[in-house]
Structure formats: structure tokens, C-alpha cells
Design a protein around this ligand. Structure first.
Ligand SMILES: Cc1ncc(COP(=O)(O)O)c(C=O)c1O
Length: 402
């Protein structure tokens, strides 16, 4: 596994290799191993947005809204079909993950008014933990990391833990919560577009996620939320916006919530953003999630082999599970000088991963744009930066963003 010719051979045999050509890759020498944070740009996205601006916004002006008004639902359905195993009518593509998470978690705890406990995990993504803290504070609920009991209204975890890369058993944990009478809200931001999920088959009730990681839809692209058919009439989100109004354009007094997924929508969606999502998720649908997941498993396997051969002797260790069924597209490695190594990778190595406190570097394969040889070269450069101690030459971090 540690020869470059073997990585090249993996690329030759890779059924997804052709998709790399559908991305705009400006610097061919860059090893971009951070597609779990922000995906690369599909070249077609620039054409689609340009076309939208010229032939729709500029041309149709406000009349365009007749065509655009329900796009949050149709683009949501595409995300559900391409990546979540969700039949139509259970998705919206709208707002941000944080906003959608707040909306669904409030709806869930409000649907269990006699229960006073919410469960999450200290390793969960910060925005989720902070939002849950806020919801609990507003409603006088307890936020704990304990076991299920009959006081629990809501459990929330990430499908893949952002730092460690651990993949949870979504079906099993959802069922455990259901058996205890609690609702489960999943944050699938690090899983969508790389881990095959089957929400309908696995009886998932509620989930949110972003589109800018393996979804390749661009910085701040609209997020999504999923509410299963069976939960739609039981739950109501706290922000009662006009898009959820039954007869929206009657503009009447009093909120009269419509049925179905539009009843979960607050406001005007970003049409430009959704065109980026449509382009990128159509590519995911064409490539197929099972081929994507297979490449993620093989690519992370290559990373682990390179880690063991080159990085472990230099003081690195692996945080992510070695069983490919328990991880997604990224691995996380630990090193006592991780922050400096990560910075040096960008500055001296032309390799991009990311640093996560206190001592982790995350490295990802995004199966559509990343090649195996890109992974190989990236790891070789990391090794060389540490062997030569070149990484010690980096100064203070140059950005607030790590
Ligand atoms: C698991 C997870 N949840 C939520 C978010 C926050 O997303 P946003 O800032 O788009 O609301 C992120 C961002 O990286 C994330 O990784």
C-alpha cells in the first residue's frame, strides 16, 4: 500500500475517477484533503449559476417566483433521493444546519412536554451543543450525557463525529430512543454524500445536515432538514413564517399552518444556493452512493496504511475506528504538535487538512474529486515535513480559522 505506483493503480481501476474532471481544479499540485470541511467546486456550478442569473433572475424578474416558489421541496427531494434513502415529501433544502437543528430540536422537545431531559454527547459538534444548551435554558430542561430513561424528550447526536470520525449506528440508536419514548434528531453534516443512509428503511424521524462538505455545493450553501411522513403532523417548528402558511398569498391575519413539508419552511429560500446544490447532488445521484462509500472506505484504508508505515513512527496515532463500517470519508490523527504540522502542511507542503483542538489533524477523501494519488502525495509530504522538522519553522497561526 505504500508505493506510489499502487496508488496510481487504484486510480486506474477507480470507477469514479472520471468525476474528478467535473471539478474545477485550479492547482493540480495541491493535495486537498479537506473535502469533509468544504467540498471542491463542480465546474458546471459556474455555468448553472451564470445561466440562472442571466436567463431567470435578470429575465423573469419577480415572475420567476412562480417557478421558484416550491424549489426548497424539490431540491430537498433530490438530496433525500441521492443520499438519504428518503422518499419525496420529507425534505426541505433551506436555511443553515444550525437554524434547522434549532427548529427540529424545539419541535421535538415541545412534542414531549412532560419530559424534562435532553441527551447529547460532549464530542458533538459545537453548534449543536450550544443550541441544545440554549433550548434547555429557555425551557427549564436538563441537558445530560447520560443513559435513556422515561424523562428523556430528545436525543441528538451527529451521524459521524466531526473530530474523531466515528460513524454511529443510526438505525439502532434511533430505535433505542423510540423504545424509551424519546425523539432523535440526527446531524448528518459529515455523513451526507459519503455514507449511504436509509432513512425510510431505518425509520429515522428527524435529521438535518449541510450541503457544503461532501455535498460540494459551496461555502454557506443551503442546508436541509428531514421530517418523516409519520412525524409531520405531530411536530411544529417554533418559527411560524409565511412559507408555512396554508394560503400563503392570501396574506391573511392569523397563522394557519399548512400540511406537509412546507409547514416546516420559514421563509424565502436562496434560489442561487439551491442551483449549486442541484448541480452537485445530481452528480452524487449519477455516481451512486454505494460506489462513493466504497471509495471512501478504500481511500481511508490507504490513509491508515500510510499512517502506520510513515506517521506512527513519528509520534502520530489514529483516533478513527479501523473498521471501515464505523467511519466515513475522514480520519483523524493525533500528534503533540498537530496545530503546527497542520499549518506547515498548508504553507510549506501544499497539502490541506485541518486542525481540531486539542491535538487532531483531520484528513479526508472526498470520493468524487479526490484521487488516490492525491492522498498518497499528501501523506508523503506530511511525513517529510515532520522527518525534516521543517514544520517547526511555522510562526503564529495566520487565520482565526483552523
Ligand atoms: C456536524 C455539524 N453540524 C453543524 C454545522 C454548522 O453548520 P452551519 O454553520 O452551516 O449552520 C457544522 C459545520 O461544520 C457541522 O460540521
Amino acid at each position: 500500500m505504500t508505493s506510489r505506483s499502487m496508488a496510481l493503480q487504484l486510480d486506474t481501476k477507480d470507477p469514479l475517477a472520471k468525476y474528478r474532471d467535473e471539478f474545477m481544479i485550479v492547482d493540480q499540485a495541491l493535495c486537498y484533503l479537506d473535502g469533509n470541511s468544504l467540498g471542491r467546486m463542480p465546474t458546471e456550478t459556474a455555468n448553472v449559476v451564470d445561466q440562472y442569473l442571466r436567463t431567470e433572475w435578470a429575465t423573469k424578474l419577480v415572475s420567476g417566483w412562480s417557478d421558484w416558489i416550491d424549489e426548497a421541496q424539490s431540491v430537498g427531494d433530490l438530496i433525500g433521493r441521492a443520499s438519504l434513502g428518503a422518499a419525496a415529501g420529507q425534505m426541505l433544502c433551506v436555511d443553515t444546519t444550525s437554524m434547522n437543528f434549532y427548529q427540529l430540536c424545539c419541535a421535538a422537545v415541545d412534542a414531549r412536554p412532560d419530559r424534562k431531559t435532553v441527551i447529547t454527547d460532549t464530542a458533538n459538534f459545537p453548534t449543536d451543543r450550544y443550541i441544545l444548551e440554549g433550548i434547555c435554558k429557555q425551557r427549564g430542561l436538563k441537558l445530560v450525557v447520560e443513559v435513556l430513561n422515561d424523562d428523556v424528550a430528545l436525543v441528538s447526536l451527529s451521524v459521524i463525529q466531526y473530530r474523531s470520525g466515528v460513524l454511529h449506528d443510526v438505525a439502532k440508536l434511533t430505535q433505542l430512543a423510540r423504545d424509551a419514548g424519546a425523539l432523535f434528531v440526527w446531524d448528518a453534516s459529515h455523513a451526507v454524500g459519503v455514507v449511504p443512509m436509509q432513512y425510510d428503511r431505518d425509520n429515522i424521524d428527524l435529521a438535518v445536515g449541510c450541503t457544503y462538505k461532501y455535498g460540494n455545493s459551496g461555502p454557506g450553501s443551503p442546508a436541509w432538514l428531514y421530517v418523516s411522513h409519520r412525524m409531520q403532523s405531530e411536530l411544529q417548528v417554533p418559527i411560524q413564517g409565511w412559507f408555512a402558511q396554508n394560503d400563503q398569498f392570501a396574506m391573511a391575519q392569523g397563522f394557519d399552518r399548512t400540511t406537509g413539508m412546507r409547514g416546516f419552511q420559514v421563509a424565502s429560500p436562496s434560489i442561487i444556493g439551491m442551483r449549486c446544490v442541484t448541480t452537485a447532488f445530481s452528480m452524487i445521484e449519477r455516481a451512486g452512493l454505494s460506489a462513493i462509500a466504497q471509495k471512501a472506505a478504500q481511500g481511508t484504508e490507504l490513509m491508515l496504511a500510510l499512517h502506520d508505515a510513515w506517521l506512527a513512527p513519528l509520534g502520530f496515532s489514529v483516533v478513527t475506528p479501523r473498521d471501515s463500517k464505523r467511519r466515513g470519508g475522514h480520519i483523524s490523527v493525533r500528534h503533540h504538535d498537530a496545530q503546527k504540522v497542520s499549518e506547515a502542511m498548508r504553507i510549506f507542503g501544499n497539502v490541506i487538512g485541518d486542525f481540531r483542538q486539542p491535538d487532531c489533524i483531520r484528513l479526508a477523501i472526498s470520493p468524487l474529486p479526490t484521487s488516490y494519488v492525491e492522498v498518497f502525495d499528501g501523506f508523503e509530504r506530511i511525513r517529510d515535513l515532520v522527518v525534516t522538522k521543517k514544520y517547526l519553522e511555522v510562526g503564529e497561526a495566520s487565520s482565526r480559522v483552523t
